[in-house]
Design a protein around this ligand. Structure first.
Ligand code: NAD
Length: 244
């Protein structure tokens, strides 16, 4: 890749996130030179004139987009959620193409820090008897997947630290749930950008930790930082946690 102070960016997916990223790109030293959407998909691209791509689409098309961008030898930032079951397949593709890809369920630095707080809270409650734990998320009515990728990532962090929980229950429970199930519940409400809460509950009290996104700004800024970062890395598959 030639060196440019201003990175030339391709936006893949022109929805809520794609528009937010485009609006903030200039402030972060990136210029949008290409926009892909369902009518103009990456796979049909003929002229390739960008340094890095940011992909926010949906779980049904993300894997095809990743494969197409790897074939074009362009570094990729993937913000789409709901595809992490396919992570090993993507890891193999990245290796095969010697590509560069960074992904996150949540590119907000606030959520990254919140997750560290939750990890520490789970470690503390692991040493205290009598506390149950659960995760709850609220998102806008247009969200495609549930539970949110962020809620699942938070739940996995809790499972690592809380010995009394051994599996995630991401479905609505219609009966009694196993004591070792970590219940992750979802609500879809209007225009909510994204709220994640964690509760630890005993006979005596409840401790709640809440992250409430006020706008999509946090996601967009983190994705733009990741876009510059990934262009400076050797080939590989990276998580957003590795940037900080
Ligand atoms: P959205 O529905 O508003 O936008 C998705 C866009 O993708 C649409 O404009 C659609 O036309 C486009 N699209 C569909 N097929 C395509 C294709 N083949 N090629 C290119 N574009 C195509 O969704 P959104 O709110 O922008 O969210 C997008 C994804 O990002 C979701 O998976 C969401 O969960 C995730 N998300 C992640 C973060 C994060 O920080 N990682 C934050 C917010 C949302």
């Amino acid at each position: 890749m030639e060196h440019h102070d201003i990175l030339r960016l391709a936006i893949v997916g022109r929805g809520r996130m794609g528009r937010e990223i485009e609006a903030r790109s200039h402030d972060h030293g990136l210029e949008v030179v290409e926009r892909f959407d369902s009518a103009h998909p990456v796979g049909a691209a003929t002229v390739i004139d960008f340094d890095v791509a940011i992909e926010f689409t949906n779980p049904a098309v993300v894997l095809d987009n990743i494969a197409a961008l790897l074939r074009l030898s362009r570094p990729i930032v993937v913000g789409t959620t709901g595809w992490h079951d396919g992570l090993e397949h993507v890891r193999a593709l990245v290796e095969q193409h010697r590509g560069r890809l960074i992904y996150a369920s949540n590119f907000s630095i606030g959520v990254l820090t919140f997750t560290k707080i939750v990890r520490e809270a789970a470690r503390l409650f692991n040493d205290v008897d009598g506390y149950d734990a659960a995760v709850h998320e609220v998102h806008h009515a247009g969200k495609a997947d549930a539970p949110s990728g962020t809620a699942l990532a938070i739940a996995r962090v809790m499972l690592e630290r809380l010995e009394r929980k051994s599996a995630i229950l991401g479905e609505t429970a219609h009966g009694r749930i196993a004591a070792d199930a970590l219940h992750v519940t979802s609500q879809r409400l209007g225009a909510t950008v994204g709220t994640h809460s964690v509760a630890f509950d005993s006979e005596a009290d409840t401790i709640e930790l809440v992250h409430r996104a006020k706008s999509r700004a946090g996601f967009a800024i983190g994705a733009l930082l990741a876009a510059r970062w990934i262009t400076e890395q050797p080939p590989g598959l990276y998580r957003f946690e590795e940037v900080f």
